[in-house]
Design a protein around this ligand. Structure first.
Ligand SMILES: Cc1cc2nc3c(=O)[nH]c(=O)nc-3n(C[C@H](O)[C@H](O)[C@H](O)COP(=O)(O)OP(=O)(O)OC[C@H]3O[C@@H](n4cnc5c(N)ncnc54)[C@H](O)[C@@H]3O)c2cc1C
Length: 400
């Protein structure tokens, strides 16, 4: 048996942060990682740049503001910035508060975490999957490892190529913890393809409203990227947690103008267009190909006809299409492509120290919990904050 003080299951973002906080408090820490090296997902984040934090992160940016508020009351984004500075990472932030390593390389983030673990004497065991946690004489046993405290930091179900296939939930369920329904989040939307296919590769700044099958509506705004299967881009991905069961999406291509302003613009465009073809009507409003696709879909007639043939009814229909173009959503690209899992272990069964209310000495942090946030550094912010909290709490548990 390999004895250790704190055994951390999962060497991802939250697990490595937990290891450092635990070891800084003098605990003997071992990290068990199923892949051949720790932090593989960190390397893939932010398109290889790692958007590691968001300076503006607040509890309201997450699905459960009350629980996240209790975590951030102990470790918020400011203290995470200090934490990274303390392990030697210089960072830079953009106008939206998104924080990146100054090197612009995700590998810098992983390197400083790994080096700090090494400096503190954290044992890292790779290529070993935790398949069960047993209780034996007041200790936790995982394979050949025995520990007084265990932190489950196995992540969620999103992006299984990075080691997260949802197997971690079972480790906690075995102790009577429950898991909510899981949805892929921050993932591309699959839609009817008639409209989007021809627009593949084009981007638009738009506001989106999703009417989900349960009748609830959800909104986002920002960049939309057309693909041959549907929509990508931040605005589309932010709605994906509500789109697993499909729904209807309305695209507002002119979010800065109201309906009346849009109709006025179209009247002016018609007058200006005169005998020029209808396919040129929306040229100054949206990308020419997007404008043609909207006009073709809405008018259902030849766009070679002159602009001044546009009837009042058609003008109103075009204005409506520009403000709320409907697209049927068929679901999302799923967990394989998702950045995050929405849903997870029920957080009401964990105290403010992230210790299980059912099993003393058992802690959980990161994405395995039923917490997910917006796109832009929010999910890693929660991973670091909750990981650091679990590491500190487990070290304090050992001192009891
Ligand atoms: C492509 C991509 C890009 C992203 N970009 C960003 C971004 O720029 N900014 C942002 O804030 N968020 C981003 N995210 C989300 C963010 O990476 C995660 O929310 C975060 O890593 C979750 O941290 P975690 O510690 O809970 O889990 P993870 O970082 O997923 O780590 C879990 C670890 O546990 C290991 N593991 C799983 N099961 C076991 C087991 N049974 N035994 C041992 N080890 C196990 C896994 O191999 C993995 O290494 C991105 C995600 C993806 C997939």
């Amino acid at each position: 048996m390999n004895d250790t003080g704190i055994l951390i299951l999962g060497g991802g973002a939250s697990g490595l942060a937990a290891a450092i906080e635990g070891a800084r408090r003098g605990a003997d820490v071992t990290v068990l990682e199923k892949l051949d090296r720790v932090g593989k997902k960190i390397l893939a984040t932010g398109n290889g740049r790692c958007n590691l934090l968001n300076r503006n992160a607040s509890p309201a940016d997450y699905n459960d503001p009350s629980f996240v508020g209790r975590v951030f009351a102990q470790y918020d984004v400011r203290s995470d910035l200090d934490f990274f500075r303390s392990i030697g990472l210089l960072t830079t932030a953009d106008s939206e508060g998104r924080v990146y390593p100054r090197s612009n390389a995700a590998s810098s983030v992983l390197d400083v975490l790994r080096l700090e673990c090494q400096r503190l004497g954290v044992r890292i065991v790779c290529g070993e999957t935790a398949v069960s946690i047993r209780r034996e004489n007041g200790m936790f046993v995982v394979g050949t490892h025995r520990a007084r405290a265990v932190i489950v930091a196995c992540g969620g179900k999103a992006s299984p190529v990075h080691g997260t296939d949802g197997n971690g939930y079972r480790l906690l369920e075995a102790f009577g913890h429950s898991c909510t329904r899981l949805y892929p989040a921050l993932v591309q939307l699959r839609t009817d393809t008639d409209f989007v296919k021809g627009l593949k590769g084009l981007r638009a700044a738009a506001a989106l409203t999703l009417r989900a099958p349960d009748g609830k509506t959800h909104s986002s705004c920002g960049e939309v990227l057309f693909t041959d299967y549907g929509l990508s881009g931040i605005a589309a991905m932010e709605l994906s947690r509500f789109a697993a069961d499909g729904g209807t999406l309305f695209i507002d291509f002119l979010p800065d103008m109201d309906g009346a302003q849009t109709r006025d613009f179209l009247r002016e465009a018609k007058a200006r267009g005169g005998s020029r073809p209808l396919e040129q009507l929306l040229l100054g409003a949206v990308h020419s190909r997007i404008g043609q696709a909207i006009a073709r879909d809405t008018l259902q007639r030849k766009l070679t006809a002159p602009c001044d043939t546009l009837t009042d009814g058609e003008l109103h229909a075009l204005a409506k299409a520009l403000k709320a173009f409907p697209l049927t959503v068929r679901g999302t690209k799923g967990f394989a492509d998702a950045q995050v899992t929405a849903g997870g272990m029920d957080v009401t069964a964990f105290s403010d120290t992230l210790e299980s209310k059912r099993v003393p000495g058992l802690f959980a942090c990161g994405e395995i919990l039923n917490i997910d946030g917006k796109c832009g550094g929010y999910n890693l912010t929660f991973a670091w904050s909750s990981g650091r909290l679990a590491g500190r709490s487990a070290a304090q548990y050992l001192q009891k």
